[in-house]
Design a protein around this ligand. Structure first.
Ligand SMILES: [Zn+2]
Length: 537
């Protein structure tokens, strides 16, 4: 009886504490943690090893375990657009990390801004979200609370320029030359605290640092595969292929260029975030502030070693520790009572194909030579048939020249058939997609929906291939993401507050729901153009 009573008590307390829609105390600061390429199993597999920041976030978190990116090209740019803007990336026009722009007739970066200048260094690129006509959570927040501050920090420019909406007060990203920079689209100069941070950063001092395991060796063998595994990248002392610990920088490598491939970069990002909280007085008054933190180094490490590697396990263990110190700091400066944390990721990822195969699954790396040959055959046959170019080809994406095609009276289906005939001969290419067909399709399966959410009416290519589940373009080492399959779309989503108790819910949600959920939690009305719906918790 006693047991039942305390159980009921727990349910009552939980419901009271976790109810949304105005019953909760509004947080003064929302901290969104986007860990690049963090598959949910990187939290669950090491759950009993986490004793730091991940532990706190999980133990005080409402975890929506069935959350997916509902768009077809799962990469950093589109993923951050979905999270930061609460809209499908195809609709906004973020159709890749970089893509061919048919109007400008050249390849553009997804946060390219030709009219902006770099602020804070003579190195790096000036970036912004100015090429898109959309607003995100950070913008909705500032419309409702004009005194609120929005700061977005990440290693990657596209992460920093998307997580905080279109017009954050200050996005900061790494320039691969030892400094964090911004662009004059946002600010005319860096605040003094960022300049000081850059002056003291001294990335070159990492030249002699060795990445070693944080825990005892046998623990890694229990939770991960062997350290030396075929398919892992070896970029240190690589005269003989040996992708094993310890990992450092070769003498001819400048750590300023490569530091984002090491776990220490996440600690640097959190140190910068601490400065932002203190110097910008985030969470100090009743105008809720928003701080987005992007952990870009995790993506680099997972690309190199794969999610089942000891390297990635160690990167997670270290991030748990770094986050612990960060959360303690937030408690000291802002008080954890006043903070809502959101933990998620911009996409998942594929285990190394070699690892999938070893475990009996179907996987592989697309043979670049075969793919190139197929593309060449398509180009040649088209030139032969039509005596002129009828498309611009960017990799395996075909942007049809509709004016020429109409003039010649060619049925686009002929071009599609040709592309399909050759590309599907390449092992690992599943099928070739026609934009028009997907847009007009009434199919309701998840893959079709994800492809639809990825397509921009004007900007997307008319014809493009998708790979088979388990296949990668990357090779011969490392892994990647980018498909509409669940291993690439499934990400963690945890809302954590000191007042919450751990609970997991398996209701189905999309990452476009995140912006709407934060908005509702802060009493901001969600704009009609948002694709997501607020999640109740
Ligand atoms: Zn990413």
């Amino acid at each position: 009886m006693k047991k039942l009573y305390s159980g009921l008590c727990f349910i009552f307390v939980f419901n009271f504490l976790s109810c949304s829609s105005g019953k909760h105390e509004k947080p003064k600061l929302v901290i969104m943690l986007v860990v690049d390429q963090l598959r949910p199993d990187l939290l669950t597999r090491f759950d009993d090893l986490y004793v730091g920041g991940f532990r706190w976030l999980i133990d005080n978190g409402i975890w929506f375990t069935n959350t997916h990116h509902e768009h077809g090209y799962t990469a950093t740019g589109p993923g951050h657009a979905a999270i930061g803007f609460g809209q499908h990336p195809g609709k906004i026009g973020v159709i890749g990390n970089s893509f061919y722009d048919r109007d400008l007739k050249k390849k553009v970066n997804c946060v390219e801004d030709p009219s902006a200048k770099v602020v804070g260094s003579s190195h790096g690129y000036a970036r912004s979200f100015s090429q898109y006509n959309s607003k995100g959570m950070g913008d909705w927040l500032k419309e409702k609370y004009p005194l609120s501050k929005v700061i977005s920090i990440a290693g990657k420019d596209r992460s920093a320029c998307m997580a905080g909406g279109k017009n954050p007060d200050l996005p900061l990203y790494y320039n691969y030359h030892g400094q964090f920079i911004s662009s004059d689209y946002y600010v005319d100069s860096l605040p003094k605290w960022v300049k000081n941070f850059n002056e003291e950063l001294n990335i070159s001092s990492y030249a002699d640092s060795l990445w070693k395991k944080s825990l005892k060796n046998d623990i890694y063998q229990k939770y991960s595969r062997e350290d030396h595994f075929e398919g892992e990248t070896d970029d240190y002392l690589n005269a003989v292929y040996s992708p094993v610990f310890p990992i450092g920088f070769d003498r001819d490598v400048n750590p300023e260029n490569k530091i984002m491939g090491r776990p220490w970069f996440e600690r640097i990002i959190l140190e910068l975030a601490k400065k932002a909280i203190q110097q910008e007085s985030l969470g100090a008054d009743l105008n809720p502030d928003f701080l987005a933190i992007g952990f870009s180094a995790m993506d680099w490490m997972i690309h190199d070693y794969g999610p089942y590697s000891q390297e990635v396990m160690d990167a997670c263990i270290k991030l748990d520790k770094y986050l612990n110190s960060f959360i303690e700091y937030v408690d000291k400066i802002v008080g954890l009572n006043n903070v809502l944390f959101v933990l998620t990721s911009d996409h998942g990822g594929l285990p190394l194909p070699e690892y999938i195969k070893k475990n009996g699954g179907q996987a592989g790396r697309i043979n670049k030579k075969h793919l190139q040959e197929a593309l060449q055959w398509i180009d040649e046959e088209c030139e032969e048939k039509f005596s002129r170019k009828v498309y611009h080809r960017d990799g395996a994406n075909f942007f049809l020249d509709m004016n020429t095609i109409k003039k010649l009276g060619v049925d686009p289906q002929i071009i599609y058939d040709m592309v399909s005939k050759y590309l599907t001969e390449v092992e690992g290419i599943d099928r070739v997609i026609i934009k028009e067909q997907i847009l007009n399709s009434s199919d309701n399966d998840r893959i079709t929906k994800r492809l639809k959410n990825m397509i921009h009416n004007h900007k997307s290519p008319e014809i493009f291939p998708i790979v088979n589940s388990g296949y990668l373009y990357r090779g011969p080492y490392g892994t990647s993401h980018g498909t509409p399959y669940d291993y690439d779309t499934h990400v963690p989503l945890i809302f954590s507050r000191k007042q919450f108790r751990a609970v997991q819910k398996n209701s189905s949600h999309a990452t476009v729901d995140i912006a709407s959920t934060i908005a509702k939690y802060l009493d901001i009305s969600v704009p009609d153009y948002a694709d997501g719906v607020p999640i109740d918790f």
